[in-house]
Design a protein around this ligand. Structure first.
Ligand code: GP9
Ligand code: MN
Length: 693
């Protein structure tokens, strides 16, 4: 009794009853407010929710950071801010506003989803100019690159139309019009959106802010900032690049000057210096040829016997990587020619084709070479007809001006016909010119590879001896293995390309073109096939026509690192007259080709960002994503982790930081040169200084 009295007294003392009443009232009014809010903002909420779900799904299917709250806050802020302006329209007109934004968001999700499936990165508006190329390879995209999940996002449009029709029929808009003060709702929503922006900003680290500014590590930005925030940042940085004389030039010029003033010259005189001086050069751009095909056979028949032979006879770089970005073939052509990395904003061939680059083509032209390029596709593909001129080619032989399309496979003229028609042209060039440098761009081995199935008789089955219990004898059995898979078609397609190459070498030899000529062959990039295709290739059990599983003996785990390391392409330098017969195992990138062949042919580009591979102790391959590779480790900057290539040899944190910094610097300097036309500007100002003296 006494106790109860005490409690009641205490309650009275702290005003518990009033507190309870206040709380109940607050709760009641919150409930009423929520009820009113949710029942009169249905369209807006549908828009917010579906936009947010779609953003999450894109990350779910791509970068897979399921539990990171940061990108959700960022994208919610953007959706709320954009959504707030919808309230400035009368309720019955708001649908049009939210419908248009839903379409924009859905298109963004679909494009990025398809893009990621294809390039393992996110798209950029700066690539709009390159989209004509996507049309050119649209067949490849539809057959190979698009997946059903890429279109799932369209449900947002269906949902918003459905909700709108439902609300219209129920007379919802008329009811809302009576109570809604649009401006107040717009301001309130905007304020909430801004609060979320503030909340998001408070979570940012210095690395986040720096990467957002540079925008090259797209995966990282989407992981930390969400898809919509990424896209808005992408639009602003593209606009900045377009308006480059106004923005960021001074800072970039300073960075550029400092870099080249302090850059140490790594080149040395070595056993390859000038060995090919004055020789003709024929370069073969081997479309989508990956390195591992050189060591792949089916039923005792090699996939690429000609490439294999050339690799054994010549200088063969067996850990060579293309450093291409979204400009694929064209990026490789650019990096090969200039020793710069591809652009992080758009593609050089489409967006920055008119800048001054110091190229192998121009440097050899100065030495008296006739410089030409050849391709059996449309001259304008990848804007080549314009860009090749700027890179220094005297002439571009392409479809319409040099070739007859007498045999089509995949994207266009077959490689066999292309080579057949090219040989007489090269013969004439050789006769008319003292020295020549030519590039031949192959085409047939281009994704989706399946056209080859009808004409190829190369089998990608698995033939083996099977024990017959009834007869007690072994007999030949055939398991389907890679037949009917895209990777299987790829092998057939590579086999075709290799045959074409073998034939070309024979024909060139017959015409005497190989005498005094160096042949350089490079794979331009990987085949862009998915990891799952490789799982079958590496883990197939013919006897049961099934696949090994994790934990099984002999199982190969095709994980992120396996896949990335396997993307290497061959680089072969071959000469009929000089016995080279050397395998170079040091890691090397496309960026290193110009300094390496420059050392052999007797020229040098002071702006080259790569190294002569024979002059450097430890080389590093920098990928446009910021990831890098040395002989010791593959490091992924977007993941913030790496893999040691040899478990016995560890590396220090300083080692990782050194190469992180190095790769960021390389990407940044390369972009300065490309976007701000820094080489031209420097040459102009040096000329002015010279005139003043
Ligand atoms: C097109 C060919 C292919 O002419 O070079 O280009 P890609 O799609 O590999 O960039
Ligand atoms: Mn290509």
């Amino acid at each position: 009794m006494k106790k109860k009295y005490k409690v009641n007294k205490l309650k009275q003392y702290i005003g518990f009853d009033t507190l309870k009443k206040d709380f109940m009232e607050f709760f009641k009014s919150l409930k009423n407010w929520s009820k009113r809010y949710f029942s009169t903002n249905i369209l807006f909420l549908t828009f917010v929710l579906t936009s947010l779900i779609n953003e999450y799904l894109v990350r779910f299917f791509t970068v897979k950071n399921y539990f990171n709250i940061k990108p959700i806050i960022a994208d919610l802020a953007i959706i709320l801010i954009i959504g707030a302006f919808g309230y400035l329209f009368k309720p019955k007109h708001q649908f049009k506003y939210y419908f248009i934004w839903s379409c924009i968001f859905v298109i963004d999700c679909v494009i990025n989803s398809v893009y990621y499936t294809n390039y393992l990165s996110f798209s950029s508006v700066s690539l709009l100019k390159s989209s004509t190329q996507a049309v050119g390879v649209s067949d490849a995209i539809v057959k190979n690159i698009m997946e059903l999940k890429d279109f799932f996002y369209v449900y947002q449009i269906v949902a918003i139309i459905f909700v709108h029709n439902f609300l219209r029929k129920k007379g919802y808009y008329e009811k809302v019009a009576k109570i809604e003060v649009g401006k107040v709702r717009a301001i309130n929503t905007l304020v909430v959106g801004i609060i979320f922006v503030g909340l998001f900003i408070s979570t940012l680290t210095a690395v986040d802010i720096s990467r957002l500014g540079k925008q090259w590590n797209r995966e990282y930005i989407v992981m930390q900032f969400g898809l919509y925030m990424y896209q808005i940042n992408d639009i602003t940085s593209t606009l900045k690049a377009e308006l480059n004389p106004l923005f960021g030039y001074d800072e970039s010029a300073k960075e550029f000057r400092e870099y080249y003033t302090s850059k140490e010259d790594t080149s040395t005189i070595n056993k390859y210096t000038n060995i090919f001086e004055g020789k003709n050069v024929l370069v073969i751009h081997a479309e989508s040829i990956q390195n591992f095909v050189l060591n792949t056979s089916f039923n005792g028949k090699e996939v690429a016997p000609n490439l294999k032979r050339l690799s054994e006879e010549g200088l063969y770089f067996s850990n060579f990587y293309s450093e291409e970005s979204v400009g694929t073939s064209s990026d490789t052509e650019f990096t090969y020619a200039s020793s710069l990395l591809p652009s992080t904003r758009g593609t050089v061939f489409m967006n920055y084709f008119d800048r001054d680059y110091v190229t192998t083509q121009k440097l050899l032209k100065e030495k008296g070479y006739y410089v030409f390029s050849m391709h059996g596709n449309n001259c304008s593909f990848w804007n080549r007809s314009v860009t090749h001129k700027n890179l220094g080619y005297d002439k571009f032989y392409c479809y319409k001006n040099a070739y007859e399309i007498d045999e089509t496979i995949g994207l266009g003229l077959s490689d066999k016909s292309f080579f057949r028609q090219s040989v007489p042209i090269i013969k004439e060039i050789k006769e008319k010119n003292e020295k020549f440098y030519g590039l031949m761009i192959m085409l047939t081995n281009h994704t989706p590879f399946t056209d080859i199935d009808d004409i190829s008789d190369y089998e990608v089955t698995y033939k083996y001896q099977k024990y017959n219990e009834e007869t007690g004898e072994y007999e030949e059995a055939v398991a389907p293995y890679m037949e009917g898979t895209i990777l299987g078609s790829y092998f057939k397609s590579v086999h075709y390309a290799d045959e074409a190459l073998g034939q070309l070498m024979e024909d060139l030899d017959k015409e005497g073109i190989l005498d005094n000529t160096v042949v350089i062959i490079y794979g331009d990039h990987d085949n862009k096939l998915k990891k799952s295709e490789y799982n079958r290739f590496y883990n197939y059990v013919p006897e049961t026509d099934s696949l090994l599983k994790k934990g099984d003996e002999g199982y190969t785990d095709v994980d992120y690192y396996f896949y990335e390391l396997n993307r290497k392409v061959p680089l072969i330098i071959w000469s009929k007259d000089t016995k080279l017969q050397t395998e170079v195992t040091k890691v090397m990138g496309m960026i290193d080709v110009q300094p390496t062949i420059g050392n052999m042919l007797g020229f040098k580009n002071k702006y080259a960002l790569g190294n002569d591979i024979f002059s450097i102790d430890e080389n590093v391959v920098v990928f446009p994503s910021g990831n890098w590779l040395t002989d010791k480790m593959y490091y992924s900057q977007s993941r913030g982790e790496g893999k040691l290539l040899n478990n016995e040899e560890t590396v220090s944190i300083d080692y990782i930081e050194k190469y992180n910094e190095y790769s960021e610097k390389l990407i940044s300097i390369s972009d300065d040169i490309i976007v701000y036309d820094m080489i031209k500007k420097t040459n102009e100002s040096e000329k002015l200084i010279g005139e003043d003296k």
